[in-house]
Ligand binder design. Structure first.
Ligand SMILES: Cc1ncc(C[n+]2csc(CCOP(=O)(O)OP(=O)(O)O)c2C)c(N)n1
Ligand SMILES: [Mg+2]
Length: 382
């Protein structure tokens, strides 16, 4: 039975609109991204001095945090670290544009965004150390767990934002995802639901050029990732992801739009992953040094520092204060990460299911028996 044959539908039966009357439901023109990534630094746009200095201090701290976390992997204190070196402008701006009641939905690459939002740097690394599932209470800072399965954080963000709107709560969700994550079904589903529901969500894609070894050209044939927005009926924005002032402005506009009921936005920040995918990856196998060096000349810290210095916003003492604060953070992180965590291996089985499956119970019993046997051996040796 087709829709037209529905019993009782009568004169009101559905009929496809005949072609001459067809019009786009939404004018696509305002949804289209700028032809070039939006930039602020290097233009004569006015800059908010206090905001720029805050961004600068956070970028310095963020770069130091990335370096320290990477060093901890080499010392065996951290299992794995996906560095956001070179992407700090995106990480920091994402944290700064949100209000306290808003939610951040980060991916595994975005520990820095979580830290810039106020999460304890050690708690942010708990998962990557292999100690515990998330390592922090998501509700405390309104930061969803750092998400490893690509793009699955996006439908979660939409669900939370939509639910908040139905309840009348003033909440915006900002969901971060990589260029590779845009090829996942979850990306499509999240954007479609968000646009249909006009949910207060901002989708923030950090296009850092690669999904592990897969370059963007093999990932998509779209004119840009921002163009994908048009297919769902939301605006797409393209921004220079290494221009902290521009990223902050574009994200802040999208968050404000979502907050006033204007619906979702898709933002593509064009940036570059300076380090390998993680410490477990060898990037020299799939890209040349010259490319990395070219991006180093477009470094987010250098761009902001040069601009703020030329505008007379930044002097040597402010630079020194930022560097010292970053060193203090790194020293504390080192010290705390060097302490052995006290872990109970049986915790592996807690919080996986509300009711443990038979297989999980069996594994739990097996581990308990093995641990008891080891304990007996240890006591026998004494
Ligand atoms: C659903 C799923 N498929 C595959 C993977 C394995 N994987 C981990 S990271 C990654 C690349 C993701 O690249 P991108 O989205 O560009 O993020 P980036 O690492 O560059 O920040 C892949 C394929 C995964 N984590 N989840
Ligand atoms: Mg990527």
């Amino acid at each position: 039975m087709t829709v037209q044959e529905l019993p009782g539908a009568g004169a009101a039966a559905y009929r496809p609109t005949p072609p001459p009357a067809w019009r786009p439901r939404t004018d696509p023109a305002p949804l289209l991204p700028d032809p070039e990534p939006y930039r602020v630094l290097g233009t004569d746009a006015p800059l908010d001095r206090a905001l720029m200095l805050r961004l600068y201090a956070e970028l310095i701290r963020g770069r130091r945090y990335n370096a320290q976390a990477t060093a901890l992997t080499k010392q065996g204190r951290l299992a794995v670290y996906p560095s956001s070196t070179g992407q700090e402008a995106c990480e920091v701006a994402a944290a700064l544009v949100l209000q306290e009641q808003d939610w951040l939905f980060p991916s595994y690459r975005d520990t820095l965004a979580a830290v810039a939002r106020g999460l304890d740097p050690v708690q942010a690394l708990t998962l990557l150390r292999g100690d515990w599932h998330t390592g922090y209470d998501p509700h405390e800072h309104r930061i969803a767990p750092l998400c490893t399965p690509l793009a699955t954080q996006l439908p979660h963000a939409v669900g939370l934002a939509h639910a908040a709107r139905l309840k009348g709560d003033d909440v915006v969700a900002l969901a971060m995802v990589g260029d590779g994550g845009t090829s996942e079904g979850d990306f499509h589903e999240a954007l479609n639901f968000a646009a249909v529901w006009q949910a207060p969500v901002v989708f923030f894609v950090q296009n850092n050029g690669f999904a592990i070894s897969v370059p963007l050209a093999k990932q998509t044939a779209a004119p840009s990732l921002a163009h994908k927005a048009v297919g769902y009926g939301m605006p797409g924005r393209l921004v220079d992801g290494n221009d902290a002032a521009a990223v902050h402005e574009v994200l802040a506009d999208a968050v404000a739009r979502a907050r006033r009921g204007g619906g979702p936005t898709l933002i593509e920040a064009v940036t570059y992953r300076i380090e390998a995918h993680t410490n477990a990856d060898d990037a020299t196998r799939y890209r040349v040094d010259a490319e990395v060096e070219a991006w180093r000349d477009h470094d987010p810290i250098q761009l902001l520092e040069a601009e703020l210095t030329s505008r007379g916003f930044l002097d040597d003492s402010a630079k020194q204060a930022a560097a010292e604060a970053a060193e203090t953070m790194a020293a504390a992180l080192r010290e705390r990460m060097n302490a052995d965590a006290e872990l109970d291996p049986m915790d592996l089985f807690a919080h996986v299911y509300a009711e443990k499956t038979a297989q999980l119970r069996e594994q739990e019993a097996q581990l308990r028996a093995e641990l008891a046997a080891h304990q007996d051996e240890d006591e026998g040796e004494r």
